[in-house]
Write a protein that binds this ligand. Structure first.
Ligand SMILES: [Zn+2]
Length: 142
């Protein structure tokens, strides 16, 4: 959807004012896409969420959706219980849903923040490496 709008915008060569208006719209559409990513898609991501195999973008969308969708939070609770109860890892251990699940979600949220910061830092280092390379080239050509 966002790509489609960008495509149309490119084709029409709009004025800066119209452009910024469209940017605002695109942000709204993106937010709506996050929000209305279907509950079916979100609940399909739950096993990956517990396996900790979601990529940063998916994890962000997933957590945002959970913040706003009671249905998916309930689905998450059910799957969490199923995993905990049937997982031999937790044999004998009691499951405290109202304590353990929010703790797990919080842990994933912090993990996401950490990974996003790491990705940003890696990006900066890449840029620094390119700049160093360019400067070295310039020096050698002089
Ligand atoms: Zn939902």
């Amino acid at each position: 959807m966002v790509k489609y709008i960008a495509h149309i915008r490119q084709k029409q060569g709009l004025s800066p004012a119209a452009d910024s208006q469209i940017n605002t719209r695109i942000r709204t559409v993106s937010a709506l896409e996050d929000l209305y990513m279907t509950c079916k898609e979100i609940s399909g991501m739950i096993p990956a969420f517990f396996d900790d195999t979601l990529d940063n973008e998916s994890l962000r969308v997933f957590l945002n959706h959970l913040d706003r969708c009671k249905t998916c939070r309930e689905e998450l609770e059910i799957q969490y219980l199923v995993i905990r109860v049937f997982n031999h890892m937790d044999a004998g251990g009691e499951v405290n849903l109202s304590r353990d699940l929010p703790a797990y979600i919080e842990q994933e949220r912090r993990l996401l923040l950490k990974r996003e910061r790491l990705a940003a830092a890696a990006g900066m280092m890449e840029i620094a490496a390119v700049i160093t390379f360019v400067i070295t080239c310039i020096i050698f050509m002089m």
